[in-house]
Structure formats: structure tokens, C-alpha cells
Design a protein around this ligand. Structure first.
Ligand code: FES
Length: 150
């Protein structure tokens, strides 16, 4: 565990048990509203909506595929995974819809996943929220905050 309120280097510091890691300049989001960054063992998705930034674990809790490129709906405050159409609140991570597949997609899934127990199980998984993280802007950069134990 790192000591409280210390600067580790220019890209990381600890404040109130949170490790803050620098991700990118805010202006880089002018042309690319969704970006992924590797920090420790995980990939993080940063999305810019209006002038706010939200950080999520990039791995969809359903099958672990990337959420980058998911459809953002400002009205419902959701991001929808492109793979099997689960949607999550980008602020809290709560599940809003889980595996919203058409009958035809379900039918195809049954055919292609037949005899693949692991994949079949994935289609019957319970709804699982996505991890969200604290974020802040410092010196024109987006930072992500994680518990020290993360
Ligand atoms: S991987 Fe996201 S809904 Fe399946």
C-alpha cells in the first residue's frame, strides 16, 4: 500500500486512498470521443459526453469483449455493447438491458453454440453491472482514480 497524498511520478499520485493515473490530454477527445487505455491489468474506456468524462472497464461483463464503439444514448445515459446489445448506465454501471437479442439472433445462437457448453452458459449469464471509476481533469488531462487495492 502506498502512503497517503504522495506523488509517485508525473503520471500517478495517491490522494485519500485513491491512486490517480493520468490517461490523456482532454483535447485528444475533440476528434475521438471514445478511447481505451491500458492501466495495470485492465483496459479502461473513457467516453466524453458534452464536456464530461466517464471511465468504465472496457471489458463488457457479459463476454469480456470491448465496449469501445458502443452506442451512447445521452437521454438514457447508457452505452450499448455492440456485441449482444446489453446496455449499461455510463455513470453508475448498472445494467439497463441485458442481451437484447432478436428472436433470429437467439435462434442463430442456439445453432452455432450447440455443443459448446461454455458459450451456451454465457448466453444464460445473470445480468452483471459494469465497473465504473472516478475521473477528474487536472492540467488539461483526464485522470482515472482507483482504490489502492485495485
Ligand atoms: S459482450 Fe457485451 S453484451 Fe455480450
Amino acid at each position: 500500500m502506498k502512503p497517503e497524498n504522495t506523488t509517485i511520478d508525473n503520471n500517478e499520485f495517491v490522494e485519500n486512498n485513491i491512486i490517480w493515473t493520468k490517461l490523456a490530454e482532454t483535447k485528444s477527445f475533440d476528434s475521438e470521443l471514445q478511447q481505451t487505455f491500458k492501466v495495470k491489468r485492465d483496459s479502461f474506456l473513457v467516453i466524453k459526453i458534452d464536456d464530461k468524462y466517464f471511465v468504465l472497464n472496457d471489458r463488457c461483463p457479459h463476454a469480456g469483449l470491448s465496449l469501445k464503439g458502443g452506442k451512447i444514448d445521452n437521454k438514457t445515459q447508457t452505452i450499448t455493447c455492440e456485441w449482444h446489445h446489453s446496455s449499461f448506465c455510463y455513470k453508475s454501471g448498472e445494467v439497463r438491458e441485458w442481451l437484447k437479442l432478436s428472436r433470429f439472433e437467439k435462434f442463430l445462437g442456439k445453432i452455432f453454440l450447440k455443443d459448446n457448453k461454455q458459450a451456451e452458459g454465457m448466453m444464460e449469464m445473470d445480468p452483471t453491472p459494469i465497473e465504473t471509476f472516478q475521473t477528474k481533469i487536472l492540467n488539461d488531462h483526464v485522470w482515472v482514480g482507483m482504490d489502492q487495492d485495485y
